[in-house]
Design a protein around this ligand. Structure first.
Ligand code: ATP
Length: 323
């Protein structure tokens, strides 16, 4: 297969299992986000791909070749980490040209490439500036340009935008995605920000406790989460229990015709997205409710309303996963 493949990769630190039997396919040219709460193993997985950590078990393959024993500098991957690791005493141009210099590329080639890369990250003409004179967002772009200098086969970014303020961060998410599409470079980004992942990724990999729970397109993760954790981690949701009463499936005390739980079960956990709940006048929809708190204008606190659920929009989980 062309692209990156992890086969049963595990990483242990003493008794801690940081990555637990990970299977992952990142096809050539795609943009994948690793997403999950703090400590779930995202960075460890990324460091294994980069060659900065050796897996305790399993194989890392790139373009069909086992690369587990290949040292970092022979992988030809570009990396950007949260700290950026720019050299403060070098100019912008010298920073970007550094990977070319250690590969003994000539001065003219380096200068031409620096100019090309600065155009690419929309920072033309700043090659001679000191890194310390740049804003956070500009430094981010310099780090990206440096990582792309040698046209990497795989582009790895660990929380690259987390130091930026919300507005700049959103703009950079779009820019990063557009840049990746223009270059067609296979890219893996670690983030704990689900909106960031939804904005940028072709596929999102959701991790928890070292395990990969789901890898899918953002819309499929949102609409078809494999378990309640994934449902709750991406966007807002209501996790409820549906129960069979007198042969009909009930939610919040009301029958929901058309909703089914797995055969033989009396209850099942379900996920209902807020946008799939319709709020109607009292008595018009099956679930009786009282307004306790409002953020929007419209109804008043204490109003009696009723809630309707479209059974087709409800995700029903089997034990340990989706039904
Ligand atoms: P964050 O979002 O907080 O950066 P993460 O998902 O990237 O978290 P990792 O840094 O990969 O998580 O850590 C996964 C687990 O492995 C954690 O329990 C962490 O404490 C542990 N761990 C990571 N590196 C080491 C190490 N060098 N030695 C011992 N334990 C480690």
């Amino acid at each position: 297969m062309s692209g990156l493949e992890l086969v049963n990769v595990t990483k242990r630190y003493g008794s801690i299992v940081a990555v637990d039997d990970a299977m992952l396919n990142v096809p050539a040219g795609s943009f994948v986000c690793l997403l999950g709460p703090s400590g779930c193993g995202k960075t460890t997985l990324m460091r294994i791909v980069a060659g900065l950590e050796t897996p305790s078990a399993g194989d890392v393959r790139f373009d069909g070749e086992a690369i587990g024993d290949r040292p970092v500098h022979k992988r030809d991957f570009g990396m950007v980490f949260q700290s950026l690791a720019l050299f403060p005493h070098l100019t912008v141009g010298e920073n970007i040209a550094y990977p070319l210099k250690i590969r003994h590329r000539g001065k003219a080639e380096r200068e031409a490439r620096v100019a090309e890369l600065l155009d690419m990250v929309r920072l033309p003409g700043v090659a001679d500036r000191a890194v310390s004179q740049l804003s956070g967002g500009q430094r981010q772009r310099v780090a990206i340009a440096r990582a792309l200098a040698v046209s990497p086969k795989l582009f790895l970014l660990d929380e690259p935008l987390s130091a930026l303020d919300a507005k700049l961060r959103e703009a950079m998410q779009v820019e990063l995605r557009q840049l990746q599409q223009r270059l067609g470079v296979t890219t893996i980004v670690v983030t704990h920000d689900q909106r960031e992942a939804m904005t940028m990724a072709d596929k999102i990999v959701v991790m928890k406790g070292g395990r990969i729970l789901q890898m899918d397109r953002p819309i499929d993760i949102y609409r078809r989460p494999v378990d309640p954790f994934v449902a709750d981690f991406l966007g807002q949701t209501n996790l409820l229990t549906a129960s069979v009463e007198a042969g009909t499936v009930h939610v919040a005390g009301a029958p929901i015709p058309g909703l089914a739980v797995p055969a033989g079960r009396r209850t099942a956990e379900i996920s209902v997205r807020p946008e799939d709940v319709s709020v109607r006048p009292e008595g018009e929809a099956p679930i009786a409710a009282t307004v306790e708190f409002i953020r929007d204008m419209g109804s008043a606190v204490g109003d009696k309303v009723s809630l309707g659920l479209d059974p087709r929009s409800i995700v029903v989980f089997a034990e340990g996963g989706r039904a």
